[in-house]
Write a protein that binds this ligand. Structure first.
Ligand code: ADP
Length: 303
């Protein structure tokens, strides 16, 4: 899984194997990123577009051309959905990142820079575009080792940083699913807003044992158990960390009801791109956990 690094800059100046273009269906150039790439890359990019894409490119798909005069070797073109024109299926936006990484793998590109696809003239809400970028890249199997998410302005950089930092608590939550699949279904999670109201606190404990819980707060960003945990860390590696930190978690205990509940809860997190909160009085008083805009039922009692 790739390292994800948000940076402030111009996509045309990135020294990477491939830069991604936020193109349009016509594939003959345009405004924004597209215009900048064609200007800086020179006519070779357009010539190659005409050759390789006689009929243009479908929304959500990706393909490559030479990068012409750019420092990168290739341009990977992808067409984001136009939110402004009513294309609001997030699956299409996810597909842009996935297909671009697939094309990068075909090319053997190891370092890839993305602009925030669809967040310019296509009008996709910026924060959601940033979350989609980070969650999709973090969830895609690829041989690309470094993904740069390039922000053209400070507000976009802030959103990209926030979305990238969420990958650490996400990996911890996914690690507990790994423990369950290893047969350690007494591994339980509590997620609550810290008293300051600023940070989410995640506690992992072994149900039925009086050993202390393993704690993480989003205030410590990518640091968990003295280890750097990022999108590039696999859930299995984080599961190993948890087992080392708390031997009670290595016991084999069957609790299929909880494991099923947890699976559904985590799928909701992954779908909504929002961390879960079990408590917090500023959320509504209906029973359950808050996950983005959704209410998810409370976990079952221990078996
Ligand atoms: P789309 O049509 O997919 O919305 P745009 O090119 O209009 O694509 O914008 C996508 C994002 O890229 C926006 O956040 C915009 O601010 C940003 N952007 C525009 N020019 C550049 C550039 N040269 N380098 C990096 N990002 C850029």
């Amino acid at each position: 899984m790739p390292t994800i690094t948000p940076v402030l800059g111009d996509i045309t100046q990135q020294e990477v194997d491939a830069v991604v273009n936020a193109a349009n269906n016509g594939m003959r150039g345009g405004g924004g990123v597209d215009g900048a790439i064609h200007r800086a890359g020179g006519p070779a990019v357009l010539d190659d577009c005409v050759q390789r894409f006689p009929d243009g490119l479908a929304t959500g798909d990706a393909g490559w051309t030479t990068a012409g005069d750019l420092p990168a070797r290739w341009v990977i073109h992808t067409v984001g959905p136009s939110f402004r024109a009513g294309e609001r299926d997030r699956g299409l936006l996810e597909s842009c990142y996935r297909r671009a990484l697939e094309v990068a793998d075909e090319l053997g590109a190891r370092t890839v820079a993305f602009p925030l696809i669809s967040a310019g003239s296509y009008g996709w809400p910026r924060r959601d575009a940033a979350l989609t970028a980070a969650y999709t890249v973090a969830g895609t199997r690829t041989d690309v080792t470094d993904v740069r998410l390039v922000a053209f302005d400070d507000d976009t950089l802030t959103d990209l940083r926030g979305a990238t930092i969420q990958q650490t608590p996400l990996r911890i939550l996914q690690a507990v699913r790994v423990l369950h699949r290893r047969g350690q279904q007494h591994a339980r999670v509590m997620a609550s807003i810290a008293p300051t109201g600023m940070h989410l606190r995640i506690q992992v404990s072994a149900q039925g044992s009086d050993t202390p819980t393993v704690k993480y707060t989003t205030g410590s960003e990518t640091s968990f158990l003295d280890t750097e945990v990022t999108a590039a860390t696999s859930p299995a590696e984080v599961a190993d960390l948890l087992e080392n930190a708390e031997p009670a978690l290595t016991r084999r205990v069957s609790d299929p009801d909880y494991a099923r509940w947890y699976d559904g809860m985590l799928s909701t997190v992954e779908r909504n791109r929002a961390l879960p909160v079990a408590r917090g009085e500023h959320f509504d008083s209906r029973p359950g956990w808050q996950i983005g805009d959704e209410r998810y039922p409370h976990p079952p009692e221990p078996a």
